[in-house]
Design a protein around this ligand. Structure first.
Ligand SMILES: [Zn+2]
Length: 198
């Protein structure tokens, strides 16, 4: 299965510490994952953003401003997507193509958005398991139990969506990794999942 992290909202408190903590947990567990980076987040935290790539995680594009993409004009979409690509290239040293995740999932069924993404060399990567880890009431133990149940129900190849800033996500991640390993899971990057192989 593929654990994925959306790194966004540079104004969130404790954001950098949570992101670094997640990277520590992934490194300790030798877990490969995929991170979709928002351009403004990358600009706000060069070191953590670079570490995502140097730790061996796959880097994708999560837009520059984290707007709802269907609200943007064609030209606005191109700017938002390519601005993120540029700062990821300059600061992280990675080319995020073809991996993209629409902010809020907005636009993932919109032919205009998907067409512009495709013209820029991207494909949108949705998620099979969404834990709503952005809800403050969803503490670590709740998230961990929910994640294990949903991933088990989905079965092989699940793409699991986390965010890189909620403290509950950091609390939950060690138990999620241990629990999934206990039922036989192995963790791969999106580019290693069979259905996304090109
Ligand atoms: Zn997002």
């Amino acid at each position: 299965m593929a654990l994925t992290f959306d790194a966004e909202h540079p104004d969130r408190p404790h954001r950098a510490a949570v992101s670094e903590g997640l990277l520590d947990v992934l490194a300790e567990g030798r877990v490969a994952s995929t991170w979709f980076l928002q351009g403004r987040w990358v600009e706000s935290t060069h070191e953590v953003a670079r570490r995502v790539a140097t730790d061996g995680h796959l880097v994708g594009n999560h837009s520059f401003y984290h707007a709802r993409l269907p609200l943007l004009t064609d030209a606005g979409l191109v700017t938002d997507i390519t601005d993120a690509e540029r700062v990821i290239g300059e600061i992280v040293g990675a080319d995020p193509r073809p991996w993209f995740r629409c902010p809020f999932g907005a636009g993932e069924d919109d032919p205009r958005v998907l067409g512009i993404l495709a013209s820029l060399g991207y494909r949108n990567i949705g998620a099979d398991v969404v834990l709503e880890d952005w809800e403050p009431a969803r503490t670590g133990p709740i998230l961990a139990a929910h994640a294990l149940r949903l991933v088990f129900e989905h079965g092989d190849g699940a793409v699991v969506l986390f965010h890189a800033w909620p403290p509950g996500t950091l609390d939950a991640l060690p138990a999620i990794i241990d629990g999934l390993r206990a039922i036989g899971a192995s963790f791969v990057r999106i580019d290693e999942l069979e259905r996304f192989a090109s």
